[in-house]
Design a protein around this ligand. Structure first.
Ligand SMILES: *[C@@H]1O[C@H](CO)[C@@H](O)[C@H](O)[C@H]1NC(C)=O
Ligand SMILES: *[C@@H]1O[C@H](CO)[C@@H](O)[C@H](O)[C@H]1NC(C)=O
Length: 421
């Protein structure tokens, strides 16, 4: 018995190498700290500003590289858990104008990517990692101010493409008009844009008056949610309140298949109406009149704002860039790229927002402020090095086997996050 037992023990260390590979550890550029139950591992490094992140239906990872490269195709070897490494990678599309937006059609055969001004499509073959038949599909997007465009083909309505354009500056007065084509999300039918290029302002407006809505996602009910980057350098009645105001917002746009929802085509208030994150710093009497999440008009007092109010209010300048729902609809993960307009720095993290799978809405509400989000992955010390020596989360994607991947555009890495579900 003793002899057999020893033999079994001796064999155990051999099993992993006999049955599978162990990926080489890639040291992160900046170490991350994880909440209990979570872990992370760098899967790919040495990229060129990875931003948008999607999986094709074959399980390959595609990322838009913002620093003048285009789109990269990455085949992965998955040895279980976070033991995932690169099998092969190559540049799929060389186009230095492509800077963020990336989406695939439901059948995985049409790839969309965007520059500041234009959305293009390609026929895509995920098994060979090849594209062909490039077409210009949407033209004439604003070329001043916020440069990234976010693209989404909703699962519950896969015959459309949502396209986001941000403001042309910090306070874009023209964006109050939907016809400006800025600070809004528009809806395009895939069949229409495939037939020939369409001007951005010909799309149906899903929502407008949203300063820079970089993350757009669909929950399992077909509800569309987005995360917005609020204004910088905010003052109220001449008082500088910008360090802790306004909120970064989570907004709801209704179910995408519900053309008569209360939110469809409505204004979310920018550039006039903003949400307060920190009422205590407002000048009197607003400091006692307002609570977290209330709406204030820009630079002034209490004029009425007609707008769709946000569902959640995140800390000022934390810069949410993406959100993705888990399959159960019980959580949304949000990347906060991090601040430049506040002291001390804030953001630079991946957070989890608890969701109610029955209602399809967040568990917390706008009055919860920072309490709506639980931090999952943070820099050890934002004050020490952010924004220049920090990881800065940008894009999120679920692999077909249900693992969460995250891009960091300053450290040029893609991570897999263990424990996220
Ligand atoms: C919209 O989609 C939801 C969920 O996918 C579905 O339950 C609902 O019936 C759909 N409504 C319409 C009008 O198609
Ligand atoms: C927001 O949440 C708080 C705490 O759960 C609750 O007391 C409050 O009634 C909620 N407000 C709204 C408008 O739902």
């Amino acid at each position: 018995m003793v002899a057999i037992h020893s033999a079994v023990v001796a064999l155990l260390p051999l099993i992993p190498s006999a049955l599978g590979q162990t990926c080489t550890n890639i040291a992160p550029v900046n170490a991350a700290t994880f909440a209990p139950g979570y872990e992370g591992r760098v899967v790919v490094n040495g990229l060129k500003g990875p931003r948008g992140l999607i999986f094709d239906i074959q399980g390959n990872l595609l990322t838009s590289e913002q620093s003048a490269y285009g789109v990269r195709y990455i085949q992965l070897t998955d040895n279980g858990g976070t033991n995932i490494c690169v099998k092969s990678q190559k540049q799929l599309i060389a186009d230095s104008s492509l800077n963020h937006g990336i989406a695939l059609s439901a059948n995985g055969k049409k790839l969309f990517a965007s520059s500041k001004s234009t959305v293009y499509s390609w026929d895509y073959d995920g098994s060979t990692g090849t594209v062909s038949n490039k077409k210009t599909v949407i033209t004439g997007m604003s070329t001043s101010g916020h440069a990234t465009r976010t693209l989404l083909v909703p699962k519950s309505q896969p015959n459309i493409l949502l396209v986001q354009v941000g403001s042309n500056g910090n306070l874009d007065t023209g964006a109050a008009q939907p016809s400006s084509g800025r600070s809004q999300i528009r809806i395009f039918k895939l069949a229409d844009i495939d037939a020939g290029p369409k001007a951005y302002t010909t799309g149906e407006i899903l929502g407008y008056g949203i300063r820079n809505n970089v993350g757009i996602a669909e929950d399992p009910h077909g509800g569309i949610f987005s995360v917005n980057n609020g204004m910088d350098d905010m003052t109220v009645s001449g008082k500088d309140v910008h360090n802790t105001n306004p909120c970064e917002e989570l907004n709801y746009h209704g179910r995408i298949n519900d053309t008569s929802s209360a939110e469809r085509g409505k204004s979310y208030g920018y550039p006039t109406c903003h949400s307060i994150f920190d009422p205590s710093v407002l000048p009197s009497p607003f400091n006692t009149q307002f609570k977290v999440g209330d709406t204030i008009t820009n630079g002034a007092s209490s004029a009425a704002c007609t707008r769709v109010a946000p569902k959640l209010c995140f800390p000022a300048h934390t810069a949410p860039l993406d959100l993705k729902f888990n399959a159960a609809g019980s959580a949304a993960y949000v990347t906060f790229h991090g601040s430049w307009n506040r002291n001390p720095p804030d953001g630079y993290r991946l957070s989890r927002v608890a969701w109610n799978p029955q209602t399809g809405q967040p568990v917390a509400n706008v009055t919860s402020g920072a309490g709506a989000a639980e931090n999952i992955m943070v820099n050890a010390n934002n004050n020490a090095g952010c924004p220049n020596r920090c990881f800065r989360p940008a894009g999120l994607a679920w692999s077909p086997s249900g693992k969460l991947f995250l891009s960091s555009d300053t450290t040029n890495e893609i991570w897999v996050i263990g424990g996220a579900n």
